[in-house]
Design a binder for this molecule. Structure first.
Ligand code: PAF
Length: 288
C-alpha cells in the first residue's frame, strides 16, 4: 500500500536514475516506467495506477523532449508544472520521478537517432516531420536508462503506440509494452496537456473530434462499411466551423496503419485538427 502523502524520490541525473534502478533490480524488484512530458492529468494518472498495480516499483519520467518538436511547434510554450506533477505522482503511489535537463539527455555532439520506418510515414508522421524520430530516440534512451519490466503508454497517441511497440519489438527491449485506454472529460474530449491552450470557445469547438469519432462508430454500427463515405460524413462535421482546420481524418488498419477502403475487421479511426493554434488528436476503434 502506498500512502498518497509520500512524495516520490526525485532523480535529476541519469546517474541517480541508474543507481536507483540497479538497487531496486538487485533487490529483485520489478519496475514499471511511465514516460511523460509532464503537465500531468488524469490520463497519466491512469497509466501510473496501472503500473502501480503490476510492478513493485513505478518510475515516471517527466521530460519535455526538444527532439520531437518541429521548429514551428510549441516546445517553448509547452506547459510545465513540476510541483503539481509531483503531487499527482504522489497521489498515484509513484516511487520515483526522473526529471532531468537537456544536457543530461543530449550531449552537444549527440548524433545517434532511432528512426522509425513505415509506421511513421502517414497520419501525424506526415504533418510532423521528424516527430517520431525524436519520440523513438528519447524513448529508447529511457528504456535503456530505466530498464523497465513494463512500459505504459496511452492509446490517445495511437500512432506513437504503434511506432513504439514496433521499436520495442524490433530492437529487442526486454519489456512488456502496455497500452492503456484514452481517458476522457465527461463530455468526451480526450484528456491532453495541450487542452490547457484552449479558450472556452475553442474548448467547445474541440468536441468535434470526439463527435466525429462517435459518428463513425454509429455509421459502422448501422452497417456502413465504405471508408470514403464515413470520412465524408465525418469531414462535414468539421466544415464551416470558425477557427477549426482539419489535419487528417483517416481509417487505417490498426497493425500496419495503412489506409483501408472497406471496414472488414477492427479498424482505427484517427483524427487530427487545429483548434485555433492548438493541434489536437483523437482516435477510436470500430468494427463491423
Ligand atoms: O507521449 C508523450 O508524452 C511523449 O511523446 C513521450 C512518449 C513521453 C516521449 O517524449
Amino acid at each position: 500500500m502506498h500512502p498518497s502523502s509520500t512524495r516520490p524520490l526525485l532523480l535529476e541525473t541519469k546517474r541517480t536514475l541508474r543507481e536507483w534502478v540497479v538497487r531496486e533490480k538487485r533487490g529483485g524488484k520489478t519496475i514499471g516506467l511511465v514516460p511523460t512530458m509532464g503537465y500531468l492529468h488524469e490520463g497519466h494518472a491512469s497509466l501510473m495506477r496501472r503500473a502501480r498495480s503490476e510492478n513493485d516499483r513505478v518510475v515516471v519520467s517527466i521530460y519535455v523532449n526538444p527532439l520531437q518538436f518541429g521548429p514551428s511547434e510549441d516546445f517553448a510554450a509547452y506547459p510545465r508544472d513540476l510541483a503539481g506533477d509531483l503531487d499527482l505522482c504522489a497521489g498515484a503511489g509513484v516511487d520515483a520521478v526522473f526529471h532531468t535537463s537537456d544536457d543530461q539527455m543530449y550531449a552537444p555532439d549527440f548524433s545517434t537517432y532511432v528512426i522509425p520506418d513505415a509506421l511513421a510515414s502517414n497520419l501525424c508522421g506526415a504533418s510532423r516531420p521528424g516527430h517520431f524520430r525524436g519520440v523513438c530516440t528519447v524513448v529508447a534512451k529511457l528504456f535503456n536508462l530505466a530498464s523497465p519490466d513494463r512500459a505504459y503508454f496511452g492509446q490517445k497517441d495511437c500512432q506513437q503506440v504503434a511506432v513504439l511497440a514496433r521499436l520495442a519489438r524490433d530492437l529487442d527491449f526486454p519489456l512488456e509494452f502496455v497500452v492503456c485506454p484514452t481517458v476522457r472529460e465527461p463530455d468526451g474530449l480526450a484528456m491532453s496537456s495541450r487542452n490547457k491552450y484552449l479558450s472556452p470557445a475553442e474548448r467547445e469547438t474541440a468536441l468535434v473530434l470526439w463527435r466525429s469519432l462517435a459518428l463513425a462508430r454509429d455509421l459502422v454500427k448501422r452497417g456502413e462499411s465504405d471508408a470514403a463515405q464515413i470520412q465524408g460524413a465525418m469531414r462535414a462535421l468539421y466544415e464551416g466551423k470558425p477557427g477549426l482546420r482539419t489535419d487528417y481524418i483517416e481509417l487505417v488498419d490498426p497493425g500496419s496503419l495503412a489506409p483501408v477502403s472497406r471496414i472488414a475487421g477492427k479498424t482505427l479511426v484517427a483524427v487530427a485538427a487545429f483548434v485555433g493554434k492548438t493541434r489536437l488528436i483523437d482516435n477510436e476503434f470500430v468494427a463491423p
